[in-house]
Write a protein that binds this ligand. Sequence first.
Ligand code: 13P
Ligand code: SF4
Length: 303
Amino acid sequence: MGIIETQEKIRKLLADRNAILLAHYYQRDEIQDIADILGDSLALSIEAAKTTADVILFAGVQFMAESASILSPDKTVLLPRLDAGCPLADKITVEELKQAKSEHPDAMVVTYVNSSAQTKAHSDICCTSANAVRIVGSLDTDTVLMVPDGNLARYTAQFTEKKIIPWKGFCYVHNNLLPGDVLKVKDKNPGAPVAVHPECRPEVIEMADFVGSTGGILKFARETDAQKIIIGTEQGIMHQLKKDSPGKTFIPASDKLTCLDMKRITLDDILTSLLEMKHVVAVPEEIRVPANLALSRMLETSK
Ligand code: 13P
Ligand code: SF4
């Protein structure tokens, strides 16, 4: 079956099942093109919390589908591939978090949504890359333990007087972007601003003209007068950047910026997922309830 035929079948099945397709900007182009909502982690969580659909089909990675199920437990949440994980989310275990909390009893725990439901359940509040600074600023505490992404924690620390204790996790995709890569691309494109994701290393963030979530990078690209922009995040975002700002040129900061997990889901997987109503993602109530508290506090603070 060709791409268009598969896309049409998927759209028809979505309608038949009263299902909504949520897709992240890092998904394959042909999936982004048929999404009901295409967004960054924050926008997709907001949508998952408020949709009236019966079924949420998540084209993203495990933690995103899990968050949708935590926020909307009465919906059926489908993830087309169970092996689409996020290695960053696996960089802290519940035992490690409990240990860190006991070492810093006065700290509040801010957990990046790129984490397991269990980690969220042991946290005070969640954040995404779009609202981390705001979330930390909203807390009535002097000390914050930020897990699992150390780079996001160090970036956030620049905007607060609070003491931030970063966990040691990182995203292999963004952490692989090195200052030398950015320098090379800058040399070839003099004057082009550099926009990067806060999961990048501090040395890379220092070189950037803009730092933000995937949604933030898209907004920056639309609004800047620059005609050429260097992009330091996963390459899937290029599709929407070009659609959004067709007259501008986008240059990847490196050719290594591919998240293999985000690319696992294909159109065929989505079709199978809808036909067979698999794989259902659900979180046990004893984990879901406290995880929901941390996620809902984040959504409330982001309003
Ligand atoms: P955003 O929250 O910016 O969409 O990022 C999600 C992600 O997985 C970044 O690697
Ligand atoms: Fe996880 Fe990094 Fe992939 Fe985002 S890009 S889903 S943080 S591994």
